[in-house]
Every structure is written in C-alpha cells, then in structure tokens.
Design a protein around this ligand. Structure first.
Ligand SMILES: Nc1nc2c(c(=O)[nH]1)N[C@H]1C(S)=C(S)[C@@H](COP(=O)(O)O)O[C@H]1N2
Ligand SMILES: [Mo]
Length: 405
C-alpha cells in the first residue's frame, strides 16, 4: 500500500525538515515506561473489549423516547478509515428490535413471477461479496445549516461511519424471483415497530445494492439491522432499510412517510426535492477540531476524512488561513469508492489564530462547496444533505472551536 511506501517516507522527511531534524518539539530525557507489571495479567476472554483507558463513545441528543433518535460516531477519536462496529452511528425510528435469525424471513413479492420467502440460511448459501462503504444519514451535518454550527466534529459530522459490509447482491435475489415487466420500483420494509419503508428505483436495485448480513468480519450488530439490511452504496442512510423483511416490486413508488414528510429537501421556492438519495462529496478535519487543544506551538499532523457517494475521492485541499491559500493533502491509499478516505498534511502551529478547513473533490470532478455557495442554491429550509466546507478556529492558546457564521 502506498501509505507505507515512498510517499509516507517523503511526508516524514518533509515533516522533519519543517522542524529542523526532530519530529518532536521538546525532546524528553530518555526514560522507560512506568507501567510494566511483574504479575500475570488478565485471563483470556471469549469476546474482546477495548482498553479501559480508551473512552471514546457515541454521543446522543436527549429525546422523549430513549428508543428513538440518533447517536453520533466520535470521528475525532478515529484513526484510519474504518469505524469499529461498536462506535457506528445509530439512527432508529422505533428502537432496536430483537430478531431471532432462525425465525426471520425475507419476502420478495408484488410484481414477480416467482414470489420468494427466504430464510437467513437460504440467503447465507448464496454467493456473497464484501465491500467497504461509508454510510451517512441524510441528516448528517444538519446543524450546519444554522448560523450556530456544531461545536465538535462528532456532532457536526458523526452521522457517518465506514464499515466492511458482507452480503448478497440484491440483483441476484431479484433475478431469482423473476421480475414482471412493468415493475419499476422495489419497496423495502423493515421489521421494526414503525415498519420503515423506502422506495428504490429498479435500476439501482439491479446495480450495486447489497443484502447485508455481515459487518466488519462478524454478523451485523442489532443496531445496524441484525440479521439483514440493505446497503445502498452512495445513497442517504435512510434508504438503507434495516431489519429488512419485505421487498415488494411495484410500478410506482410507495410515497412512504420517510420519502414525503421526511427526507425530502425543501428548496427556497417552497417546492421540495423528492427522492434525493445521492450523497455528494464531503470532507472534514478531525484533528485539530472543535473541543481539542494543541498543547504548544509546533509541528502537528493535520488529518481528517473525505468521502463521496459518487465514487473515489480525487483530491483534498487544506487551508490554514481561512480559505485564502489551499495546499494539497496526502491521501491514504487505497482510495476506495464511496468509502472514507483519510487525508493528512503536516502543519506548523505558530501560536497565532488560524482558521482551518478541508475541501474535497471526487472523481466526477465535483468540488465540495462553501457553506455560502450551498445556501445560495439550496436556501436554509432544508434539513438534509449538507456537505459544505467546515471551518475550525485554532485560537492562539491552542484551543479549537467551531466558527459561528
Ligand atoms: N427499519 C429501519 N431502517 C432504517 C432506520 C429505521 O429506523 N428503521 N433508520 C434509517 C436511517 S434514517 C439511517 S440514517 C440508517 C442508519 O443506519 P445505522 O443505524 O446502522 O447507522 O438506517 C436507516 N434504516
Ligand atoms: Mo438518517
């Protein structure tokens, strides 16, 4: 991988050149670690836990019912590009159902010649694939439409996570059911109490959607839709129906609550965009970001995440002077389409206030817009699909805050 090859060596050289030989600002007197026990450690365990010293957790806003709402991935604590399943963001409209996989069925019906009722065992026998994809709620960064933007990256961008998903191509199962001519939509329904429904155009259903049962090397977590969910590459989280129990072929969309009253984009002219599934290119600096503190002036690795529903990230640029100058960040390889791409840039904090931000360009040539450019087109009626450039202010004392606009 390129990341451990010449480019990262070059980056290291660039970083040491920037500090004149040493990477660390104040070299310490060499001393050994203080915590080396001489007794036996803890016994082996059946299922892993992280170190008790690691504290990163999902954050959630209080809601009237604790079963509903969203919890946000602590992106400021993430390293690399994958989100641990235990920190994957959650969005539930009626709580997390407990589903026994031995009793679960997926029904494929409606405009098909051969209706199917598949058990999980049936599905697991089919040829499977594994793909790394970002999942992002259409409401991610919704706080950024307001003048008072979110104070940290968990709350501003944490409704996005990246996993390896494992499952069966939806096209395979639909082909088995023999779609009748005239069918143009697949209506997906979840088995949770709200029976969440979304309508998916048939061409996308036959393209790259996964019937996923695996996540990061094990079964889906209950919160992620155990035992079966849709993974729809590049499309807003909401359409990725969890606890999937029914796919109905139809000649028109269902016009469900979550594609009419919700998850539509109210434009400045008062009309709403419907079926705006596609997520655009987006990026955010995760270090340094709101709530963090730089302990002293000196050299830092500025880093963050970029992704696009349209494919690969082509370029990420970084400004440290509020948008006047932009420098190209180093992108971690491999750059997978519709997945988190880690970017990095060495940066010297000289103890003066700095406004920093990242700007992503994807392989379609689309450039992440400024907040003003986005609002010029979309207005501020909308709650969804915010992908504007996110600014952080590094204060002279090293504290980092959001930039209120
Ligand atoms: N059945 C069902 N599917 C659902 C939801 C739900 O509440 N019920 N929430 C949707 C929303 S709004 C999002 S953003 C994603 C969240 O997936 P996650 O909880 O695995 O992150 O699932 C979608 N699928
Ligand atoms: Mo969502």
């Amino acid at each position: 991988m390129k990341d451990s090859g010449p480019s990262s060596r070059r980056q290291l050289l660039r970083m040491s050149a920037a500090v004149g030989g040493g990477l660390l600002a104040r070299p310490d007197r060499p001393r050994a670690a203080e915590d080396m026990p001489s007794e036996l450690g803890a016994p082996l365990g059946p299922y892993g836990d992280r170190s008790p010293f690691e504290k990163a957790v999902r954050w959630r806003r209080d809601t009237k019912t604790p079963q509903t709402g969203s919890s946000f991935t602590p992106l400021e604590d993430s390293v690399g590009t994958l989100t641990p399943s235990s920190l994957h963001y959650e969005r539930h409209h009626s709580g997390i159902p407990t589903i026994d996989p031995s009793r679960h069925r997926l029904l494929i019906h409606g405009m098909v010649e051969r209706p199917l009722s598949l058990s999980m065992a049936d599905i697991r026998r089919l040829p499977s694939v594994s793909r790394i994809f970002v999942l992002e709620c259409g409401g991610n960064s919704g706080s950024e439409w307001a003048a008072k933007t979110a104070p940290d990256v968990q709350r501003s961008h944490g409704l996005a996570s990246c996993s390896e998903w494992n499952g069966v191509p939806l096209s395979l199962v639909l082909t088995e059911a023999r779609i009748r001519s005239g069918a143009a939509w697949v209506i997906a329904e979840g088995a949770d109490a709200c029976r969440m429904e979304r309508s998916i155009p048939l061409p996308k259903a036959m393209d790259d959607i996964l019937l996923a049962y695996g996540q990061n090397g094990e079964a889906l977590r209950p919160a992620q839709g155990y035992p079966l969910r849709l993974i729809i590459p590049g499309w807003e989280g909401n359409a990725n129906v969890k606890w999937l129990h029914s796919l109905k072929l139809a000649d028109q969309p269902y016009m469900a609550r979550d594609e009419t009253a919700k998850y539509t984009d109210l434009m400045p002219d008062g009309k709403a965009r419907l079926f705006s599934y596609q997520m655009e290119a987006k990026s955010v600096i995760t270090f340094p970001s709101g709530g963090q503190t730089l302990s002293s002036p000196g050299l830092y690795e500025l880093t963050g995440l970029a992704w696009s529903g349209h494919g690969r990230i082509e370029r990420v640029e970084i400004t440290t002077d509020g948008g006047r100058n932009w420098a190209k960040a180093l992108l971690q390889e491999p750059r997978l389409p519709i997945a988190f791409t880690r970017f990095r840039l060495p940066w010297r904090f000289d103890g003066r206030e700095a406004v920093i931000a990242s700007r992503a360009t994807d392989e379609s040539g689309y450039v992440q817009p400024t907040r003003d450019a986005l609002i010029a087109v979309r207005g501020t009626n909308s709650a969804y699909h915010y992908n504007g450039i996110k600014l952080w202010k590094v204060h002279a004392d090293g504290t980092v805050t959001n930039v209120e606009v």
